[in-house]
Each structure stands twice: as C-alpha cells, then as structure tokens.
Design a protein around this ligand. Structure first.
Ligand code: CP3
Length: 363
C-alpha cells in the first residue's frame, strides 16, 4: 500500500451567500453575521473560557475552533469569524500587553518616541502558527460556512500602543501624528507589516474572507485619514491581493463613525465597506458610488445599532426591515450590526434577527 497524502476535505463554498454578496452577485438570501458574535453574549462561551485568560485562549487551537463555531451552531449565521483579537499579533510578537475584562487592551510600556518605535518588535509568522492551526481545525468543523479571518488596521493598533489602552479622544496618538510625522509613519509601517503577516498566516491556512478592523478611524478628519492612515491600510490590502491563492477572497474594511471616510476606506482596496448605524446604507452606497464611480457598484455591510437589540422585538423587526430595504440600493449587502454585539445582549434576539433576515430576503 502506498502512503496516501492527508485528504483535505473539499469545502464547497460556491453557493455561500456571504461570498456571492461580496462579489456583487445575487445570493439565495442576504447573508448575515455579527461582529463579536463569538463572545460574552453566549453562556456556552463563558463556560469554555472559565479561568483561561483571553490571549491564552486565542493561542489554543481547540478552544479557538470551539468558540468560533459556537455562534454558527446557535444562530445559523452565514459566516464564522475567527475567535482572536486585534492585539493578539502584538502580544505574539512580544509586546507586553494584556486584555483587561471590562476595559480592553492595556499596554505595559506605551510607544511614544522614535526610540520606542525602533525597538517595537515585528511579528514573525511562526509566532502565530497556532492561529493557522486553529483555522485548519475550523475548515473541517464549519463545512460549507465561510470563515472570516481578520486583523486590526494600523491606526487602531497604534492608538492602543500610543495611548497605552482604550482612549476616548486619542490625544497622544493625534499629537504624535502631527508633531512627529516621520515617527508616526515609521510606526504605522511596522504595524502594517505585522498585520500583513497575521493576515497571511490566516490566508495560507485557508480563511475564506478577511476583515480589516479600523475601529477607531472615525476619530479622524478625512484630511488626516488620507495623509496619515490610508497609505498604510492600502499597503495591507495590496499585500493581501498579491498573496498567491487569494484571488477570490473578499476583503472587508470596517470602522465606527466613518461616514466621512467611506469612500477613502473603499479606495484602500476593500471589496466590501462596513458601515455603522449612523449612516443609512442607501446613503452610504451613494457616497461610495460618488467617491469612485470607476470602482463599480459598492457592496456594503451593516448596520443595525447593537443597542436596538435591547428595545424588544417590534423595534428590532422594524429596523431589520428598514436596513434590508436600504441595503437593496447597494450592489450587494451583507447584514451585520453597526458595531459588535454588546456582552449583555439576549442571544435569542440575535437568532431571531438571523431568521428574519433570511425569511425577508429569500429568493
Ligand atoms: O465574534 C467575534 O467578533 C470574535 C472575535 C473578536 C474579538 N475581538 C474577541 C474579543 C474580534 C473580531 C475582536 C476585534 C477587536 N478587539 C476589535 C475590533 C472590533 C471592534 O469591536 O471594534 C477591537 C477594538 C478589539 C480590542 C478589544 N478586545 C476590546 C475593546 C475588548 C473588550 C474589552 C472588554 O472586556 O470589554 C477586547 C476583548 C475581547 N476581544 C473579548 C472578546 C470575546 C472579551 C474578552 C473576554 O471574553 O474575556
């Protein structure tokens, strides 16, 4: 008998609504998934995470696989998003940081000078090999449900590093940007390298789509975004596009409060632009079209206000129908929240949202 090569299960994603919508085709129903769907809103998540620190969980492949699959099993969403965190690659590269419950990422020694930037470590692929292992397990686990990989964009990562933790005003970050532009650009270049390495690890392991989270980019003016951030985010999307075997892998770009930045965020190289709840999807589509008519009909993702999930079913139902109607003005629509699931959300309401989106959009 000859030794047979390990059999890679063939995943048939040809009809996956998420991928069809991202390509601007007509899916059998509007795909829906939720940012932060894998997390504290689920009792089964809290149970498996008990006593295991967040960053350690992200580097334990069995656990990543289980937590990533939980919301797919429970809600029937059209995509899984890899359980990880935007600061995981920084931690893996050796940056001293922790994720503090109820606060967010906290950095031991904030990065504020040219010398700090020079000594900031970059990520080596082998430092996140466990994430690749987790993706491998998930491809078997998820069957025909697409897996979305992700990373944090350089501005949002820089904000955590420079401020030392979550920040309302991003004042130290903006001060560095404006007072020492060379240091700023050196920092964002390093972070773009780390993000690209992290994404390539996930792509090589087989993720079906990627999302670049620039959660806090909405804190910037369009002028500052274009000068200090866009070139670095663009380099990441270009690097992803140039990675062999990624031709059909949709690239999603998302930030909060980015109504003024939508056109620029698409021009960074995104196939799908995430929209928060502040801008109706038809308005967002119009802005995207006007910003770059040559890029074709835009595909949008969003945008139910996560706080509305606390209002009782009737308002939720009304909002879901409104958003589906507004989404029809775009070249494609992936239903999502306008930001992540809040921890105290009733998961039963999320399941009903999935059912309603599917029923309302069945073709
Ligand atoms: O389904 C999913 O989306 C799961 C994967 C995921 C997590 N973080 C898990 C997580 C993703 C995509 C992220 C990205 C992330 N992390 C972002 C971008 C998305 C966004 O919300 O804008 C940002 C800004 C972070 C940084 C971060 N990490 C924050 C602000 C927090 C919350 C802190 C808190 O406790 O309130 C985290 C921790 C975190 N990341 C948790 C989870 C499930 C909670 C930690 C825990 O369960 O112990």
């Amino acid at each position: 008998m000859t030794n047979s090569a390990p059999v890679t299960p063939r995943r048939d994603l040809a009809d996956a609504p998420l991928l069809a919508a991202a390509r601007g085709e007509t899916p059998r129903h509007t795909p829906v998934w939720f940012m932060r769907q894998a997390g504290r809103s689920l009792p089964e998540y809290r149970k498996v995470r008990e006593g295991i620190p967040m960053l350690q969980s992200c580097l334990t492949p069995d656990l990543v696989c289980e937590i990533t699959a939980q919301p797919v099993r429970r809600h029937g969403v059209d995509a899984a998003i890899l359980f990880s965190d935007i600061v995981l690659p920084l931690h893996a590269a050796g940056v001293g940081l922790d994720i503090v419950a109820g606060t967010g990422p906290v950095v031991a020694e904030p990065v504020r000078t040219a010398a700090d930037v020079a000594t900031l470590p970059s990520l080596a692929p082998e430092q996140v090999s466990k994430v690749g292992d987790a993706v491998g397990l998930l491809l078997d686990e998820l069957g025909s449900t697409p897996l979305i990989g992700f990373a944090g964009a350089p501005f949002t990562l820089a904000s955590y590093l420079v401020e030392g933790g979550p920040s309302r005003n991003h004042e130290r970050t903006k001060a560095l940007m404006h007072s020492e532009p060379a240091t700023w650009h050196a920092l964002l270049e390093k972070l773009a390298d780390t993000t690209l390495t992290f994404l390539r690890t996930q792509l090589a392991a087989g993720v079906d789509a990627i999302q670049l989270f620039d959660s806090w980019a909405g804190a910037l003016s369009l002028r500052d975004y274009r000068e200090f951030v866009l070139p670095h985010s663009r380099r990441i999307f270009e690097g992803v596009a140039e990675t062999p075997g990624t031709a059909g892998v949709p690239k999603i770009h998302f930030g909060v409060g980015t109504g003024e930045l939508l056109g620029s965020m698409r021009s960074a190289g995104a196939d799908v632009v995430g929209v928060d709840w502040r801008v109706p999807l038809d308005t967002a589509a119009q802005r995207l079209r006007e910003a770059a008519p040559e890029q074709g009909d835009p595909v949008v993702q969003g945008n139910l206000d996560p706080a509305v999930l606390f209002a009782g079913w009737e308002p939720v139902e009304r909002e879901v129908r409104r958003i589906l109607a507004e989404g029809r003005a775009a070249g494609g629509h992936i239903f999502n929240l306008g930001h992540g699931v809040l921890p105290s959300t009733d998961p039963g309401v999320l399941t009903r949202v999935v059912e309603l989106v599917h029923a309302e959009s069945e073709r």
